[in-house]
Design a protein around this ligand. Structure first.
Ligand SMILES: Cc1cc2nc3c(=O)[nH]c(=O)nc-3n(C[C@H](O)[C@H](O)[C@H](O)COP(=O)(O)OP(=O)(O)OC[C@H]3O[C@@H](n4cnc5c(N)ncnc54)[C@H](O)[C@@H]3O)c2cc1C
Length: 411
């Protein structure tokens, strides 16, 4: 897949040579800071008609500014930005939680998945509208009744009957389901195959009979993002299968590597925003004989935060380069997923501490950033799962007299 990525990127660059992606990145940052920051509170009320209208206006403004869908391949209607440049753009997109939707990057992984693995009729029906931002993507894997960090335990099943998939099960934390036209559902389709070949991804239109949103599941008080859904004998055509039968995990894995790099870069953008707020406050706030900036314990917060941001940034860019060169970089990506989520949490936590009681209120963006940050240690695989899988991979290289890990060979 990674090689395939590389080739696709090379093709996409035809005709883009010489484009000044640094200045595009600078314009994205300007857009996020000048256009999105001032509207964040209204946009947070995502169900309100005003929020929908404001988001639609922002999306239009991004298209007019030629900043829409920067990372999507050109043949899908995007700019075909080179992978490493796009990685760095995610850092500035991450400064605001609303920027992905406003700039049309939310659908990247789903549109690539559809383009690579969808049947022609689904590509024709959904690709253009999803890239245009007419609806948001949604991907349903996690289930309430099983420990979904081990996806081989998933219980949603699909059986093929006369050219129709009949699907039953229950999912939750399906992000975006309420605004999606379809959900890609991970189902067990093979009863006798080994667990990793037993699951498939099937496109389920959200208006299919038997598909029901049961409830919104607010997280730490944030509403309107993640939904529990029920599938009760939902019937969809055989052609709704993505890729071959039993390839569900393989296809899902293709989204995960680059997806985690983009997550980490966005977390770095959030953390840098928190860091800037913290430093400004330290200079402004005066207490016992001087500004907070002069207190050594406060300087410790600055040091620890800068060290975490800087080291995570280098590790993430290095993992991205490895991926760009066609390597899987599974250890590097597992490491940055854990360290990146930790860094995000710690930096925002220190910034809140510096602001005192005000940091806990909605008078700064920090309290909302903190609530979002907590989830980063769970979604896309909880910390412990990454720790375990990286450690196992590293240990296996030291087994039975094997030469061991060569850190110089890691990116
Ligand atoms: C904001 C957010 C958005 C999400 N979006 C989506 C989405 O769009 N689609 C989707 O399908 N899912 C989504 N999820 C779900 C997410 O991917 C799962 O919550 C995650 O994979 C963990 O599964 P689980 O909740 O079932 O935890 P469980 O598997 O029940 O694990 C519970 C805890 O046990 C520990 N644990 C688990 N395994 C191990 C182990 N091997 N060793 C040691 N400890 C372990 C960890 O601490 C873990 O947090 C989202 C979650 C959040 C918070």
């Amino acid at each position: 897949m990674l090689r395939e990525n590389q080739q696709e990127h090379d093709q996409e660059h035809d005709g883009c040579a010489g484009r000044d992606w640094d200045s595009v990145r600078a314009r994205v940052r300007q857009f996020v800071e000048q256009r999105i920051y001032p509207l964040e509170r209204e946009l947070d009320a995502s169900h309100a008609p005003d929020a929908k209208r404001l988001m639609a206006d922002l999306m239009l403004a991004a298209k007019r500014a030629d900043l829409w869908a920067l990372g999507h391949p050109r043949e899908l209607g995007g700019h075909g930005m080179p992978f490493m440049d796009y990685v760095r753009v995610n850092e500035v997109i991450g400064r605001s939680h609303h920027a992905m939707q406003a700039l049309g990057t939310l659908s990247l992984q789903d549109s690539l998945m559809l383009a690579r693995h969808g049947r022609p009729e689904w590509r024709e029906r959904y690709l253009k509208p999803i890239v245009d931002g007419e609806f948001v993507p949604s991907f349903a894997m996690t289930e309430p009744d099983v420990a979904s960090s081990d996806p081989t335990r998933l219980e949603t099943r699909a059986r093929l009957e006369d050219g129709v998939w009949v699907i039953s099960g229950r999912k939750w934390f399906t992000t975006g389901a309420a605004l999606a036209r379809y959900t890609t559902v991970m189902c067990r389709t093979e009863e006798d195959a080994p667990a990793h070949d037993a699951f498939s991804l099937i496109i389920v239109p959200t208006d299919a009979v038997g598909y029901r949103i049961v409830r919104d599941t607010p997280i730490l008080g944030i509403q309107g993002g993640h939904y529990e859904i029920e599938l009760l004998d939902v019937r969809v055509p055989e052609a709704n299968l993505l890729g071959p039968r039993g390839h569900g995990f393989r296809i899902a894995q293709q989204r995960l590597g680059p997806g985690r790099i983009f997550h980490c870069m966005r977390w770095l953008g959030q953390a840098q925003r928190a860091f800037e707020l913290m430093c400004r406050r330290l200079h402004e706030r005066v207490t016992s004989g001087g500004t907070l900036a002069g207190k050594q314990l406060m300087q410790g917060h600055v040091f620890e935060s800068a060290a975490q941001i800087h080291s995570c940034r280098l590790l993430t860019l290095s993992a991205a380069r490895a991926l760009d060169e066609g390597r899987e970089a599974r250890e590097e990506i597992g490491i940055i997923k854990v360290l990146g989520a930790r860094m995000l949490h710690d930096v925002i936590d220190r910034a809140i501490q510096v602001f005192g009681a005000m940091g806990l209120t909605a008078d700064t963006p920090l309290e909302l950033m903190y609530r979002h940050a907590r989830a980063a240690r769970i979604y896309d695989g909880p910390d412990e799962v990454h720790v375990q899988s990286v450690a196992k991979r590293l240990l296996s290289r030291h087994k039975d007299g094997a030469p061991g890990v060569d850190f110089a060979a890691l990116s």
